[in-house]
Ligand binder design. Sequence first.
Ligand SMILES: C[S@@+](CC[C@H](N)C(=O)[O-])C[C@H]1O[C@@H](n2cnc3c(N)ncnc32)[C@H](O)[C@@H]1O
Length: 239
Amino acid sequence: MFTLDAVVPWGRSFDEYRAMFALSNRDLGLTILDCGGGPASFNAEGTRRGSSIVSCDPLYQFDVPQIAGRVSATYEQILEQTRHNEHEFVWTTIRSIAELGDLRLSAMRTFLDDYPAGRLAGRYVRGALPAVPFADRSFDLALSSHLLFLYTEQFDESFHRAAILEMCRVAGEVRVFPLLALGAVPSRHVDPVATAVRRQGFHVTIEQVPYEFQKGGNQMMRIRRAGVDEESGQRDDAR
Ligand SMILES: C[S@@+](CC[C@H](N)C(=O)[O-])C[C@H]1O[C@@H](n2cnc3c(N)ncnc32)[C@H](O)[C@@H]1O
């Protein structure tokens, strides 16, 4: 089974983010926070396309050579783990280990090229869940890709609950992908965390998305303030 001792920097592309979070053109016009954005190219590519995106990660305490070194160290480890556990993945969009390596390296290079200017512009902010350095409701939408639920063994249920509530504090809506842990098994934190977050007055839905790389990993969790209309994003009582 695919396992890792620690959370690793490993970056996905803008197109993957769009699919993982079912981001519409309207969504891409919102102010977006990418929590645990790491070396993904979502911010670099999205900014180039005119979106307003801030990424937040403890990784951003490091400079380009330090991050590049961490990415290189991670690269071999992840590809080796993937090679040994090929059956845990769907090889349709990404067709081989070599293509996976090329796709990830290309996304991470795009991130590294953008990082110095983006950091100066305040688009890459050092910070860690469950306490990120942003005021209440600073963003319309907060995303978490391949951090929460994926690292089920590294982060306990109370961390997940606190992290999601923190994202709800800084954004009007939260989306989390995937709902599987490493090893492509359902995360045991999903149900208790959804229940706890609902108890705090939020509306939680599990929705299918047009992305699946870990087998069975094609669902995201969407969390909104209760009373916000699903379709329009307007409060129910404002219509
Ligand atoms: C596997 S990478 C995923 C990167 C990106 N979201 C993607 O999907 O391509 C996980 C990232 O989570 C970051 N991370 C680890 N602990 C964190 C925390 N407590 N809060 C925010 N990010 C964290 C790591 O530094 C790393 O960059």
